[in-house]
Design a binder for this molecule. Structure first.
Ligand code: GLP
Length: 274
């Protein structure tokens, strides 16, 4: 796990974009996971945390450094029960924040289907979603935020570390946190969601978690330095072999091992000559 702490959220967005770009299969086939060439597959998070990162990736598209015309994007999660086209459904959010600015065709965006009205319908759509990710060859880079309660995607505290895409109930805390997207009305926030599981997230070849602001400091400390535990779903990143955590100063404020992370981020350049 690499923990990178930078002065501002703008710095976080820029560095995280570089880490995402470096994890995607290069057109020339020289990326880190290019033993078999394949079209890029991006794992997409919603929420406010990755918006700056998406804006940076859009700049890379404009500059010709990133081409997502053959890519696929898989969302982490979706609300259950919002009408099709609801502006706060994650499909609509990702069409707005990712597809248009990054020139990813809408039919290359995949979002868990939260339109089912029975547990059975929702469960079978979740299984289909897993099949879709597998058929695409798996996710190259999964972009992640983290909830103030440590949730990843919508995997609330108590989620199995091995879980797959499924229906989950949202915690009261998450519904309160997300009410801001629903005009401040907690009752307008759906009670359930379909979310990739923590096991699904772990299957991605690279994880890039971004967090900014002091409201995330406790969750970040628990995820990065706490015990690996279902009580903090974000802690599952410790189990991944290629996880990057990119933070601003405020989000990093409660990390105890900060000196080590800063020294590691400096690379070999500051090491004494043997
Ligand atoms: C949302 C999403 C998560 C996101 C988290 C944090 O509800 N389901 O994927 O990481 O909560 O959101 P934000 O970045 O707005 O703080």
């Amino acid at each position: 796990m690499e923990v990178i702490v930078l002065p501002t959220s703008a710095d976080v967005a820029r560095r995280a974009a570089d880490v995402v770009l470096a994890g995607l299969p290069a057109a020339s086939g020289t990326g880190p996971h290019d033993a078999e060439r394949h079209d890029p597959v991006l794992g997409l998070a919603t929420g406010s945390s990755p918006l700056g990162l998406y804006a940076e990736l859009a700049r890379a598209v404009e500059a010709g450094r990133l081409d997502l015309t053959r890519a696929r994007g898989f969302a982490l999660d979706e609300y259950v029960g919002l009408p099709a086209g609801h502006p706060e459904s994650y499909r609509e959010v990702l069409l707005r924040e990712v597809c248009r600015p990054l020139r990813l065709a809408p039919d290359r965006l995949f979002v868990p289907d939260g339109s089912g009205t029975t547990e059975r319908e929702l469960a079978s759509a979740a299984v289909e979603y897993e099949r879709g990710i597998a058929a695409a060859g798996g996710v190259d880079v999964q972009i992640l935020g983290i909830g103030a309660n440590g949730h990843l995607g919508f995997n609330e505290p108590g989620s199995s570390l091995a879980s797959r895409t499924r229906v989950k109930r949202l915690s009261d805390r998450t519904r309160r946190d997300n009410a801001r997207f629903f005009g401040g009305d907690v009752d307008a926030v759906p009670t359930h969601c379909v979310t990739q599981g923590l096991g699904t997230v772990l299957d991605a070849r690279r994880l890039v978690l971004v967090a900014s602001g002091q409201g995330k400091a406790a969750a970040v400390a628990a995820a990065v330095e706490g015990p690996l535990s279902a009580s903090c779903p974000g802690s599952v990143i410790q189990w991944h072999a290629e996880a990057f955590v990119v933070l601003d100063e405020a989000a990093a404020a409660r990390l105890r091992n900060r000196d080590y992370y800063d020294a590691s981020a400096a690379g070999l350049s500051e090491s004494p000559t043997p």
